[in-house]
Design a protein around this ligand. Structure first.
Ligand SMILES: [Zn+2]
Length: 330
């Protein structure tokens, strides 16, 4: 899904220790670069001193299979003549992982839940739930009162293959990227984490405070305005989260370009990426309430007279989340 007609700089992935070493002889420190990039501040070009890097690149490849796909996009026009050229975006992915190739045995050597002859990874939660939530949101905004800004709905392709559709759309957006004031991504909102009944009121909110505190606050206010507010859990927004959930769904492609995002998620469960992620397990009432939260948040963001301020303070909700959980404040 990358465009082969355009040059792309090679990306190098390594741990912090490597980069600290790499910059150790230079005037610029790695810590400084990292903190500037977190704050979305411009990085000035500099030269590495005292190190020589040699890359051995084997760029030979054979194309074994080409598959083409599309993102699906819809727009509902806003009501304000000036603000309607700016957008609140919504994302969900409509691809999934296809068929299970191998014999139905789990890593622990047991049979997984569900029909052993069913080889289709149904993806009802991942991300059938987000896909239909977006359709409901699009219908609500198309038929109900119009906010001042326009609404952009993107059903992304290729998420499971590495956020391909969202990365493509962030690189080649259908509306100017600087007109997108926020991106609300929904990926798996139809279940309880690990099937725990105690989770029935919980939605994991990831990334909301990282780029725009104002957007984070809009989501909190929107939740408080609901007849039955949800428990907003920020555990998975912890930068030390071993699963790195913040980088693992389509919102990340937009966040990487500095756009304020919120990721809504109800957490992992044993049916993830298995045939047993099937529709009869979807908790429709919970899913509806989360979709109503997304609606209320979007409505607020789309009616603001200014774009949600990008203060780039990074994740702060870790402690808050724990406090709330521990002391039952919310
Ligand atoms: Zn997904």
């Amino acid at each position: 899904m990358q465009r082969y007609d355009q040059k792309r700089a090679p990306a190098v992935t390594a741990q912090d220790e490597f980069f600290e070493f790499l910059f150790s002889g230079s005037a610029v420190t790695y810590a400084d670069l990292k903190s500037k990039s977190t704050k979305q501040e411009p990085l000035t070009p500099s030269t590495l001193k005292g190190v020589t890097l040699t890359f051995v690149v084997d760029a030979d490849y054979t194309i074994t299979r080409t598959r083409l796909t599309r993102n699906v996009v819809g727009i509902v026009e806003g009501s304000d003549p000036r603000l309607k050229s700016t957008y609140v975006g919504f994302g969900a992915h409509y691809d999934h992982t296809g068929y299970r190739d191998n014999a139905p045995v789990t890593r622990q050597g047991q049979s997984p839940p569900g029909d052993p002859n069913d080889r289709i990874n149904n993806g009802a939660d991942d991300d059938g739930s987000g896909t239909v939530a977006l359709m409901a949101l699009a219908r609500a905004f198309a038929t109900g009162p119009k906010p001042r800004r326009s609404l952009l709905f993107v059903w992304h392709a290729g998420e499971e293959s590495g956020l391909l559709g969202s990365r493509y759309h962030a690189d080649f957006p259908v509306v100017p990227l600087d007109s997108l004031v926020a991106m609300l991504n929904i990926d798996m909102i139809g279940r309880n984490r690990d099937n725990k009944e105690t989770e029935r009121n919980t939605v994991y909110v990831v990334g909301s405070d990282r780029i725009s505190t104002e957007l984070h606050n809009l989501n909190e206010e929107a939740n408080a305005s609901l007849a039955k507010p949800l428990q907003l859990d920020y555990e998975m927004n912890d930068p030390a989260d071993p699963e790195s959930i913040y980088t693992r769904s389509d919102h990340y492609s937009y966040a990487a370009k500095g756009i304020p995002i919120i990721f809504y998620y109800t957490g992992p469960h044993p049916d993830h990426h298995r045939p047993s992620d099937s529709v009869e397990k979807i908790l429709f009432e919970k899913m509806t309430r989360i979709t109503q939260l997304v609606y209320a948040t979007a409505q607020r963001a789309a009616n603001l007279d200014h774009a949600p301020a990008r203060d780039n303070k990074g994740p702060r909700a870790v402690g808050e989340g724990k406090r709330e959980k521990g002391e039952g404040k919310r």
